[in-house]
Design a protein around this ligand. Sequence first.
Ligand code: NAD
Length: 479
Amino acid sequence: MKLLNYINGRFAEPQSGKWFDNTDPATQTVYSQIPDSDSRDVDAAVAAAEEAFKTWSVMPVKKRSDILLRLVSLIDANLDQLAEAESLDNGKPVWLAKQVDIPRASANFHFYATAALHLNSETHAMENTAINYTLRQPIGVAGCISPWNLPLYLFTWKIAPALASGNCVVAKPSEITPVTAHLLSELCIKAGLPAGVLNIVHGTGPNVGAAIAAHPRIPVISFTGGTKTGAEISRVAAPMFKKLSLELGGKNPNIIFEDCDFEHALSTTIKSSFSNQGEICLCGSRIFIERSIYDKFKEALVAKTKQLKTGDPKDKENFLGAIVSKPHYEKILSYIDLAQQEGGTILCGGKAIHPQGRCANGLFIEPTIIENLPYTCRTNQEEIFGPVVTLTPFDTEEEVLKMANSTSYGLAATVWTTNLSRAHRVAAALHSGIVWINCWLLRDLRTPFGGVKHSGVGREGGFEALKFFTEEKNICIKL
Ligand code: NAD
């Protein structure tokens, strides 16, 4: 399969005339070719988006909404094909893509296509003098850059609010998982999305992502990915005074107090540790357990983890599929080595897996639990982004907060307690954009989503995202 860019409503070959390989991580076989686009393709996409903006930005919001809702129906109708493609590209189990990734991509468009109908702005009356009203206008061409871990889910999480609020978009999916973005372009054509409203340019970060970040006619950028890349985009875009939303890495704490609902905390911790091979920015990779239940919780968690099956993403029995790419697989294994050098004890997992059959050559790693590490060591401070968690005991609330807040990240945290006052106290004291109490990954799309410290700048979700993609103008009328 040869993927193509989607520019001005049509499929287009990259101007370089070059493609590079796309590999299925579950078998390590090359199965498609990705356009090796560059700044020339980004220029063409920007020109198309600028032209389309002239009509899309002034189209009645109901009409825009109806077009996006047609896309929702098409995503729903193609659920199976999209889920299988996502699994093949990313290595995640097909069942997970069917339950989470693709329904959420559809929900993103549905949410923003309808939310835009309800976006309002303020008026400020000055008694007997004047009236001010705030006009909220789309900005122009928005750049949307997304990562590989939840490919279509996060791609649409940016594109949907940008389009719904009247912008046109130049988007770049991760070059590691580009296929569902390509399939989305087919659906956009079927849905009758006007040419140039959404443009998808495939290629590498340094070639396509950097060209979007530096493009003088892309005034607004929404980025999700690694903290280092976010810093690079900021370095380029900030002096150009671009509006930026950056959703970056995490090293999330999962805090378990002795008064928790033990079984609920245990079963959810399995999910928050190992769902999507631990490759969710919201996974809890540092598990802090109150000392009085440390051994009991540890033994139960290890026993349950040993029962998890890892292997062929097509097999419904497997909870974990393949790691997304060879470099990432090697990075995770190198952190497991580092943890041992730092004095950690591996309680389960810790090794690569070579399943029998068609996936024998795939990139699989056992779900891994490590203890006996200081909270300050690299394993406990740096993002691993794989099926690897550490366990650390604590004695007091003050101590666990100090450890939980010790990293440079602050994306999400989970707290397990039945003490209501403690839940509120700890939630308020955590350095984190999101705190889940007695749950994990329970998402309401209306809520603000994002991190503090090196986990990001700005918030996505709800009206926040529609506001981000619009510019406010105050108009003052003298009476
Ligand atoms: P990455 O930063 O390597 O790549 C993300 C995107 O940026 C890709 O499309 C890539 O091609 C592009 N890119 C790379 N270099 C670029 C450059 N110089 N200029 C512009 N674009 C460039 O991240 P990844 O490895 O794809 O994703 C994993 C990371 O994403 C993890 O750190 C994870 O925590 C983070 N993440 C964060 C969230 C969140 O909501 N906070 C969600 C998912 C993933």
